[in-house]
Ligand binder design. Structure first.
Ligand SMILES: Cc1cc2nc3c(=O)[nH]c(=O)nc-3n(C[C@H](O)[C@H](O)[C@H](O)COP(=O)(O)OP(=O)(O)OC[C@H]3O[C@@H](n4cnc5c(N)ncnc54)[C@H](O)[C@@H]3O)c2cc1C
Length: 439
């Protein structure tokens, strides 16, 4: 989140009712602000939508959340039931040499990675804060880690190759200053944190840990927020009304994608508008496939499998929906559900292919990787602007925002491009927004 609320002004206009706008409006309304929420589309939720089919549900974007006490609190308040990953299905796989592996490195590769992490110092060039994830991973851990751990992991979250992402944008805490190796820097940070005197804050009680999802699909979180806001804001909640200009309001929270924010800010902050126009997005398709169980008796159990380069796969990975969470299919005995993520920076051209071509890719991936020869139904969602690219252009936009429009109290940018791409980060940020924490 960029900017902060002006607590001296009780009026807030939130533009955009994707998950970020809904969360911001909900938290500010709870704190007693007079919130107006304006959404361009006839429905709230933005990228998030859960389609119901006779076979089960299909998510269009977010599938799961890494739970924290703040998320538990929010869902309890909203009456949204969260379900954890099933105990017997916690395994995550990476494909190597065509096989699903829980740990894709050999013993020698792992030892080599540890030695590099301990002994190799941060380079003179490029500067630590100018490293791509590819350069960072190869430098501190070696090529096997970059290829078999970092590439699948980052593709799974950002739909992008490590060479397209800046370490300082994705995980600033991982930037290793000059004169340190990765491990020496991490140890120093850990000692500094652990060494601070004073009583540790009591840890909040937690019922859930790890990945969770709403039992009824992500739409149930959107629906619960939407219903609360309809009731609480009344006529101040307007859908089907795209804003063409910035509203006149003491507090403005722009929760629209970067290109839309750039258009709204053209007149009031041309410099920020130009910086936001340079933010790039990655195109993705999410295809959910329902597989008849009788045709594939030995499907693997787990959360999913991600693909590194060089495995000859057309997708970035496969989520095992019905294996990891309950209530993803209408009949567990009959169907298994999988979602394949296609495109991203490795293969952007695939997203524009017609349905037949995407279906062919999905059939081939399921047959070859999981041994599932048949698919009963597929649900295809394409996003030209699926996820923002966490690169140096985005970092520059953050800097310009902090120096210009967002430097005034009551001017906030909030969405998946403002430092938190996941729902977990957005939920945590929204609760901080209402408490006046961001800047
Ligand atoms: C395939 C895929 C899988 C994902 N999986 C996960 C996952 O498992 N877990 C996770 O945490 N995250 C996941 N994500 C990310 C997550 O879904 C998104 O980051 C999040 O939904 C984005 O929310 P947002 O509110 O920032 O943006 P959006 O959803 O894009 O909402 C922006 C809203 O602004 C509105 N708007 C635009 N212009 C205007 C205007 N001028 N006036 C008024 N309104 C306007 C739009 O109509 C829209 O409703 C995934 C994303 C994708 C694409």
């Amino acid at each position: 989140m960029l900017g902060r609320i002006d607590p001296g002004q009780k009026e807030v206009t939130v533009v955009g009712a994707g998950i970020a706008g809904l969360l911001a409006a909900y938290e500010l309304d709870r704190k007693g602000y007079e919130v107006t929420l304006v959404e361009a589309a006839p429905r709230a939720g933005g990228l998030i939508q859960t389609e119901r089919t006779p076979f089960g549900i299909a998510e269009s974007a977010a599938h799961s959340i890494l739970v924290t006490p703040v998320i538990e609190r929010l869902c309890e308040e909203l009456g949204v039931e969260l379900v954890p990953v099933r105990k017997e299905s916690k395994s995550r796989f990476i494909l190597r040499d065509g096989k699903l592996r829980k740990f894709p490195l050999s013993f020698f590769e792992a030892v080599w990675a540890f030695l590099r992490a301990y002994f190799v110092l941060s380079p003179k060039e490029p500067a630590p804060e100018c490293m791509t994830f590819q350069g960072w991973a190869e430098r501190f851990f070696g090529k096997p880690v970059a290829r078999y751990l970092m590439t699948p992991f980052l593709r799974g979250i950002y739909g992008a190759n490590p060479a397209d992402l800046a370490v300082s944008a994705v995980y600033p805490a991982l930037v290793v200053p000059r004169g340190h190796s990765f491990l020496s820097w991490m140890l120093r940070r850990a000692f500094r944190k652990g060494g601070s005197p004073g009583k540790a804050a009591p840890k909040p009680k937690r019922r859930l840990r790890g990945m969770v999802t709403p039992r009824g699909g992500m739409q149930s979180l959107v629906d619960a927020l939407d219903a609360r806001l309809v009731k609480s804001l009344g006529a101040r909640y307007r859908k089907g009304q795209p804003l063409a200009e910035l509203p006149a309001s003491g507090n403005i929270v722009l929760s629209v994608p970067a290109p839309a924010a750039a258009r709204l800010l053209e007149r009031e902050s041309p410099e920020l508008s130009r910086a936001l126009s340079a933010v790039r997005y990655t195109a993705l398709a999410a295809v959910t496939a329902f597989v008849p169980r009788e045709t594939a008796p030995s499907l693997p159990r787990g959360v999913g499998v991600l693909f590194p380069d060089g495995e000859g796969r057309d997708s970035l990975g496969i989520l095992f929906n019905s294996s990891s969470f309950p209530a993803r299919v209408t009949d567990e005995g009959k169907w298994a559900s999988f979602t394949l993520i296609i495109g991203g920076t490795p293969r952007p051209e695939l997203v524009g292919r017609d349905d037949g071509a995407l279906e062919e890719i999905v059939r081939n991936e399921l047959r070859t990787v999981l041994g599932a020869p048949e698919v009963s139904r597929m649900v295809i969602r394409r996003w030209e602007q699926a996820v923002p690219r966490y690169d140096f252009d985005l970092q520059r936009a953050w800097q310009v925002a902090r120096e210009t429009w967002c430097s005034q109290p009551g001017r906030v940018l909030f969405g998946n491009y403002t430092g938190q791409i996941s729902l977990r980060g957005m939920i945590e940020s929204a609760s901080g927004l209402a408490a006046g924490l961001h800047s």
